[in-house]
Design a protein around this ligand. Structure first.
Ligand code: ACO
Length: 299
């Protein structure tokens, strides 16, 4: 009986292995990719330097995000850091001092830095979650703000520390914090450089949630799995709509949203709208106010 059970278990395991062939991801010097059933972890990987962002890390993140943005096996992207830091911000030695006498190198690093942290990440086609596991300073605020969601360990340490060494929150950090925090808090934390923890980050709108360190990954996985159950086209168009209308006036927003709604009907290969409508009105199998439809036709 026990032998039969064991054989069954092993057959199941083999079938599972067959169903999900291991993906050979590119290898980067300062970034690593880890995967768990459609949820892809993009990890800044210089733990001995608290994942401070060197020019090399910026180049690697650019390449990794380009690669993952067209990766069919990624349903949700999680951005995080190795070891005890999310990221200690720009590498003061390699990014600032290292390029001080080389304008071309500085320009290249700055372009790469702005491209991945904002342009590429905020426009990533799938849901993105910043998982703030520890220190998060200065320039690292941009990638947190670029992600659709941010979940922090309640003991993570955040800080707009630029003022503490005589610079302003440059790149686009001042612009980022002016959007996620209210004006008073943005000015307060940027001019005092006072560190704050994950719990405070949640109170001031910097992150969605703060949870004990031991529960951080489970909380991120819960949200990522929820995103996997939603219509990918509807989620993508929703986040694009929310992002874009922030900078429009009312008539522009109304026009844009009309066009976006029409476009969604054409690009959504799953016909989520049709499935959702029929499961509610005909089958009466769910209530849209209380949950999502069942994705039976995945396009
Ligand atoms: N730039 C360059 N090197 C850094 C950075 C950074 N932003 N952060 C950490 N490191 C390096 C340290 O110099 C040290 O290197 P070493 O081992 O060769 O001496 C190593 O990482 C470990 O750092 P420690 O300070 O020893 O680690 P600790 O855990 O005690 O403190 C902390 C971590 C609080 C993050 C501290 O390193 C720190 O204050 N870093 C600077 C944070 C900051 O102000 N960032 C904003 C930069 S400005 C901007 O982003 C625009």
């Amino acid at each position: 009986m026990a032998a039969k059970k064991a054989a069954k278990k092993s057959a199941k395991k083999t079938a599972r292995k067959k169903a999900a062939p291991k993906i050979k991801d590119p290898v980067f010097e300062t970034v690593k990719i880890e995967r768990s059933k459609g949820i892809t972890f993009l990890i800044m990987n210089r733990p001995e330097k608290r994942n401070a962002m060197s020019p090399q890390l910026h180049m690697d993140m650019n390449d990794a995000i380009d690669y993952l943005s067209i990766d069919p096996a990624t349903d949700v992207l999680v951005v995080t850091g190795a070891g005890k830091a999310f990221s200690a911000g720009q590498d003061i030695k390699l990014y600032f001092r290292g390029t001080a006498d080389d304008p071309a190198a500085r320009a290249k690093a700055r372009r790469a830095s702005n491209a991945w942290r904002w342009q590429k990440l905020s426009r990533f086609p799938k849901p993105t979650i910043a998982m703030i596991n520890g220190f998060c300073f200065g320039g690292a605020f941009t990638q947190v703000c670029a992600c659709d969601f941010a979940i922090a360990s309640s003991t993570a340490t955040f800080g707009l520390s630029e003022v503490n060494w005589g610079i302003i929150p440059g790149g686009i950090v001042s612009w980022n914090v002016g959007q996620v925090m209210n004006y008073r808090n943005a000015i307060y934390y940027a001019t005092t450089g006072e560190p704050f923890n994950g719990k405070r980050a949640m109170e001031i709108g910097m992150v969605n949630k703060a949870v004990p360190a031991g529960k951080l990954k489970a909380e991120v996985m819960k949200l990522a799995r929820l995103m996997q159950q939603k219509s990918p086209a509807a989620v993508r168009y929703t986040k694009e709509a929310i992002r874009s209308v922030r900078f429009m006036n009312e008539p522009e927003a109304a026009d844009y949203l009309n066009a976006k709604s029409d476009a969604l009907k054409h690009v959504d290969k799953e016909d989520s709208r049709g499935q959702g409508m029929s499961q509610f009105l005909d089958e009466k199998s769910y209530r849209p106010g209380l949950g999502h439809f069942e994705r039976r036709n995945k396009g």
